[in-house]
Write a protein that binds this ligand. Structure first.
Ligand code: HEC
Length: 216
């Protein structure tokens, strides 16, 4: 046991090195990032009165993010647009620019994902897909995207008898769809489905940052 002090020194330096390398250096690089305006003045400060980005997600979208986590959407979808040279993400129209660290600073749980069975969703709210499309797609992806390998999330919807007039939020199936409910019935989103779609629509990468401007 005469080498005990040496052993302790070794352990101390191993931990100190990894703490400095992994935690301290990333905190120095990224820890001070704040929201910014799209354009800076000549001193590099934010422009007065302009919108700060990234935006905070509205309340319902934040509940939707929780549903996204619970449903395991992350197993098939990423939320990171890679820069040119690291994949064809921008060419695929997954976003108008690459995503950078600052895009994620307001998120307590960052859902980067690793698997791309489906398209990247970082900018899905900027695509021409509206609420009705998202609900039909979540209820059963075959309605909007025949042949899709995405799982249906029909259990986030309620099929019920039409009481008087059809509800305003009932799903709008295409005419003669084999997935529409029986005559006299309608499919309505639960609160969780509404929140999830609100979250999808809130995901946008349509703003410039000083380190990641959107090319004209
Ligand atoms: C088994 C893998 C899988 C899972 C799990 C999955 N998806 Fe998908 N998703 C796909 C595939 C494949 C596509 C492409 C075909 C299509 O549009 O259905 C897709 C497409 C999408 C699209 C359309 C994107 C676009 O740009 O066209 C959205 C939105 C979407 N998924 C949301 C979700 C949400 C929300 C969840 C969780 C509730 C989820 N997905 C779970 C595989 C998956």
């Amino acid at each position: 046991m005469k080498n005990l002090p040496l052993l302790f020194c070794g352990i101390f330096f191993a931990l100190a090195f990894s703490f400095t390398g992994l935690i301290l250096s990333s905190n120095i690089q990224l820890g001070s990032l704040t929201q910014t305006t799209e354009m800076q003045d000549e001193n590099g400060n934010n422009m007065e009165g302009e919108t700060l980005y990234p935006l905070t997600a509205p309340g319902l979208a934040q509940q939707g993010k929780q549903v996204y986590i619970e449903m395991g959407c992350i197993y098939c979808h990423t939320q990171q647009v890679r820069r040119a040279g690291f994949g064809a993400d921008v060419e695929r129209n997954w976003g108008p620019r690459a995503s950078v660290a600052r895009d994620y600073i307001l998120q307590d749980r960052v859902l980067l994902g690793t698997m791309r069975t489906g398209p990247d969703l970082m900018h899905v709210g900027g695509r021409p897909l509206n609420k009705d499309w998202h609900h039909l797609h979540l209820y059963n992806p075959q309605i909007t995207s025949p042949g899709s390998t995405m799982a249906p999330f029909a259990f986030l919807y309620e099929t019920r008898e039409i009481d008087g007039a059809p509800s305003a939020n009932a799903l709008k199936f295409p005419p003669n769809s084999e997935y529409s409910p029986e005559a006299g019935y309608e499919v309505v989103p639960t609160r969780r489905a509404d929140a999830l779609v609100e979250y999808m629509l809130s995901l946008k990468l349509d703003y410039s940052l000083p380190e990641a401007p959107i090319a004209e």
